[in-house]
Design a protein. Structure first.
Length: 91
């Protein structure tokens, strides 16, 4: 018997005028994860697949700030999003 892992997704947002660190704005698995991904694509928000980070962030409560031990990997993702946003603006 083959078991498939349910897809999981999280979304983070960062407003330096409001929070010291990015916060978890959405999380879910299965159909909810698909909806998070679809909404990101619909609104032109870049996505990145990182299963281990999703697992770590999924334990946070919604609107909870990212803990300091995840700052570096979160910063890498935000840099990726920034670069993708710049590429879109250049086109």
């Amino acid at each position: 018997m083959k078991f498939e892992k349910r897809k999981k997704a999280v979304a983070i947002k960062y407003d330096p005028e409001v929070h010291e660190a990015p916060v978890l704005s959405a999380k879910g698995s299965g159909a909810v994860a698909e909806s998070i991904i679809q909404q990101a694509e619909k609104h032109g928000i870049p996505t990145q697949e990182n299963q281990s980070l999703v697992e770590m962030l999924s334990v946070l409560e919604l609107n909870q700030q990212i803990p300091p031990e995840l700052y570096q990997v979160t910063a890498e993702i935000l840099a990726f999003v920034y670069r993708m946003d710049q590429r879109v603006k250049e086109k």
